[in-house]
Design a protein around this ligand. Structure first.
Ligand SMILES: O=C(O)CCC(=O)C(=O)O
Ligand SMILES: [Fe+2]
Length: 479
């Protein structure tokens, strides 16, 4: 079969754009850097190093190209034509679903500049004032145990309530001194020592230990951060074993395509439902790094303990019966884990890691690494959430704002990008059980504070529809 070379460089801009458009009409294209002179034809492509989807796209593009050139005697497309078309086409040509079929990490490795759809504001509008650190209260959850002096406990509950009424979030940490004491005691026994060194096999039984802070050993938090970093550091081929379709939610990739006019986030993520177990789709659970699954399994157990402690403490801080929120969430309330990876970005002033949004959850528990990036909006100003080693950030979602009749705020937040440092975070979304109705607690409705919200169910679905349009959904629950 004769091979015809289309010289990309000598074509005029109009023809180049048309070709780029044809190529990108194939939604599954995942551009691959070409070696100069490489020929892509459907036969060679399939049997050599190129994935079949590129060959299919090429065949499809060949059909489209017939409209522009007489391609009948060359069913061969040069990759040289294909790849520069991706890079040099005017940015507006690349639709969101094509960009979302590629990983941001790949773009960074290829040295590509963010396409226009990643640009959230004009360079001229640049916010040049750095965001101050948010003085978000740090709560010691261990103080809520019954063994704590009641005045100390009350003080801490007040601090919790005021944090959630103003910031809509708080950080909780581990009381390291007390943990260290227990650790020293436990490590006396060789057996226990082994368990401590392999924390994900170590289910904490001692009530004393459970009562400490958020109850998760710092060595284990390091471990889950480590497997997250290791996952994203792996070669693309390994990660792509867990790829999601562009429009799917679970798996490795980007968020599903937002509505037209919305910009895209400079991040890749792995999204997994981890509880209830029957909703898990384990084909997306990485087998590499080797400990990933065990670590996530253990983290899920710990998150269940944290949600129980936090839900009860929040109820007590509002003088409500301690199980009231847990009952609203239901036995089968979901835990979904989103491992976020924000690569470095050469245009941090105009590209965001995650667009401004409020969460549609009950609440979200976030473990940051040591790179700042998360910001919360308060009184129209952005504040940076400090990174505190071994602290978890508990951030209210819209459904807690509904259940507390507007007392606890579901804050708008976003993630900014960074030129020099990549960032990872692990966000656990805690959401009421499917089809379960939730609404304002009766104890929080009175003459002074009339009912603000109706009862709703599956609010997270409405939330997502609005999120995709860049809007909040909370007003849909208002009376
Ligand atoms: O990366 C973060 O710190 C926040 C992530 C977040 O807001 C989300 O996943 O909804
Ligand atoms: Fe969020």
């Amino acid at each position: 079969m004769p091979v015809k070379f289309i010289d990309y460089e000598v074509m005029d801009k109009g023809a180049r754009d048309d070709i780029a458009l044809c190529l990108h009409l194939c939604t599954k294209i995942s551009p691959i850097p070409a070696q100069s002179g490489t020929v892509l034809d459907s036969e060679i492509a399939c049997t050599r190093e190129l994935p079949s989807q590129v060959a299919e796209s090429a065949a499809y593009a060949a059909d489209q190209l017939n409209a522009l050139f007489d391609t009948s005697n060359f069913p061969v497309i040069l990759l040289e034509l294909y790849y520069p078309a991706v890079n040099m086409a005017s940015p507006s040509i690349l639709p969101a679903n094509v960009l979302l079929s590629r990983r941001v990490q790949e773009m960074v490795i290829n040295g590509e500049e963010p396409e226009s759809l990643y640009i959230c504001r004009d360079e001229k509008e640049d916010e040049d004032v750095p965001s101050p650190l948010a003085p978000i209260p740090i709560i010691d959850l261990s103080l809520f145990s019954s063994s704590t002096l009641s005045t100390k406990r009350e003080e801490e509950l007040q601090k919790l309530k005021s944090a959630l009424c103003s910031w809509g979030c708080f950080q909780c940490h581990m009381n390291t001194v007390r943990y260290q004491e227990i650790r020293d005691a436990v490590t006396d026994s060789a057996n226990e020592y082994v368990k401590i060194r392999q924390p994900y096999y170590f289910l904490i039984k001692s009530t004393e230990m459970e009562a400490i802070g958020h109850g998760i050993p710092s060595s284990f938090l390091d471990e889950i951060r480590q497997v997250t970093t290791e996952f994203f550091e792996q070669p693309m081929d390994e990660k792509k074993k867990y790829s999601k379709g562009v429009e799917d939610v679970q798996g490795y990739g980007g968020d599903p395509t937002p509505e037209e006019g919305q910009f895209l986030d400079w991040q890749d993520r792995l999204f997994l439902t981890s509880y209830p177990e029957y909703l898990r789709d384990t084909k997306f659970w990485p087998e590499s790094p080797k400990s990933f699954r065990n670590v996530l399994e253990y983290y899920t157990t710990k998150m269940r303990m944290v949600t129980e402690l936090v839900s009860k403490s929040m109820a007590k801080s509002l003088q409500l019966e301690e199980n009231c929120f847990l009952n609203q969430f239901g036995e089968r309330a979901a835990l979904q884990v989103r491992f976020n990876y924000y690569p470095c970005c050469q245009k941090p002033e105009i590209v965001l890691g995650l667009k401004p949004h409020a969460d549609g959850t009950g609440y979200t528990i976030i473990l940051q690494d040591d790179v700042e990036g998360l910001q919360v909006l308060k009184e129209e100003h952005w504040f940076t959430v400090p990174t505190i080693p071994n602290a978890l950030l508990v951030l209210m979602g819209d459904q807690m704002e509904i259940m507390t009749n507007g007392m606890f705020k579901s804050p708008v937040h976003r993630v900014v990008t960074n030129k020099e440092k990549e960032r990872t975070s692990i966000a656990v979304f805690y959401t009421p059980e499917k089809h379960k109705e939730i609404g304002p607690e009766d104890g929080l409705v009175n003459e002074e504070r009339p009912r603000l919200f109706k009862k709703v169910k599956d609010y997270d679905i409405t939330h997502w529809e609005y999120y995709q349009r860049g809007r909040r959904a909370l007003h849909t629950a208002e009376i």
